[in-house]
Design a protein. Structure first.
Length: 334
């Protein structure tokens, strides 16, 4: 029985031979390419070097050379050489972490003759540090941002460079809001008004000597509020009497980004300014109802302009109503 099985196996190999693995055709010359994924990197960062190895047959056909050892070496010989093996398309890749500016070349030996790629230089840049970044956006829509900037040399050169304060409404697309110069101690600071909330960061674009740097991203979000439907009655009365102010406080939130909703349980304040003066005075306060409405009954002191103010909360901006004039009869009390 064993003899019959062996005979059948031999017959099968004769009738259906196993195909041999394809081998590179013989070549008479070879060529190498080499490229880096970055022209410059920060100290301690890595760079990827990749290339292809191809050969030319006696018939003039160019073919990839597979499973061949390629050496990537520093032209000056000051760093350790790296070795890679080509894949089925003749491609190879190595990763290096240069400590100083290096020029690399790829080397392949064909029939005792060395084939070289064109040299590739990668510049190593000194580090630039951006740290202690903080940003606030208060209820009055004032943005304050600060950070520290330090160069790797620590020679006090930072004041000669510009750092960008950047804003994004979605955390993806960034625009520069202000270009800042650090002081002699590397401190950066900015303060300005902006209505839109969003994401913030500081960014150093880099230079010929220093690598780019960026801070952490900070989200600072407040929702817009508004006071609508303001009414004042009566508009003419005897000085010292009270008027009635009504209206509605509304806000936007995560569930209502396009249409504001009533803002309940929040304090609003009636303020006024006499026609003959420049100072604003607080009159009375009240809390909004479940529907966001409010009723205020301030005393009149003079011919004045009245306005209602909501001071904002941890996640909302301040809001001002429109102003309404009230005329009084009698001697002003202010």
């Amino acid at each position: 029985m064993r003899r019959i099985v062996a005979a059948l196996a031999v017959l099968a190999l004769v009738l259906f031979p196993v195909p041999a693995l394809a081998a590179d055709p013989p070549v008479v010359s070879a060529s190498l390419t080499l490229a880096a994924d970055a022209k410059s990197v920060a100290t301690g960062a890595t760079v990827t070097l990749s290339g292809t190895l191809r050969g030319k047959t006696a018939e003039g056909e160019t073919v990839p050379l597979t499973e061949r050892a390629v050496t990537v070496q520093d032209v000056s010989g000051s760093t350790e050489a790296l070795t890679a093996t080509t894949d089925a398309q003749g491609r190879f890749t190595v990763t290096a972490a240069p400590r100083w500016t290096v020029t690399w070349e790829a080397v392949f030996t064909l029939a005792d003759e060395q084939v070289f790629s064109r040299p590739v230089a990668v510049r190593v840049l000194a580090k630039a540090l951006l740290f202690d970044f903080a940003v606030k956006h208060n209820t009055k829509q004032v943005v304050t941002a600060k950070a520290r900037f330090k160069l790797g040399s620590d020679r006090g050169e930072g004041a000669a460079y510009t750092v960008n304060l950047q804003f994004s409404p979605d955390g993806k697309v960034w625009r520069t809001v202000q270009a800042l110069r650090p002081d002699h101690e590397g401190r950066l600071a900015a303060s300005f008004r902006q209505a839109a909330p969003g994401w913030w960061r500081m960014s150093f674009p880099g230079s010929a000597e220093y690598a780019p740097a960026v801070t952490k991203v900070v989200k600072v979000w407040r929702w817009k509020t508004s006071i609508t439907g303001l009414k004042v009655t009566p508009r003419k009365l005897k000085v010292g009497k009270k008027i009635t102010i009504t209206g509605t406080l509304k806000r936007f939130n995560a569930k209502n980004k396009k249409k504001p909703v009533p803002y309940a349980g929040r304090k609003v304040t009636a303020i006024f300014k006499c026609a003959h003066g420049d100072s604003w005075y607080s009159a009375v306060t009240a809390k909004t109802t479940k529907k966001g409405t409010f009723t205020l009954r301030p005393k009149t002191w003079c011919d004045a302009k009245f306005q209602v103010v909501f001071d904002g909360t941890a996640d909302t901006f301040r809001a001002y109503s429109r102003t309404l004039k009230v005329d009084t009869k009698g001697k002003p009390l202010l």
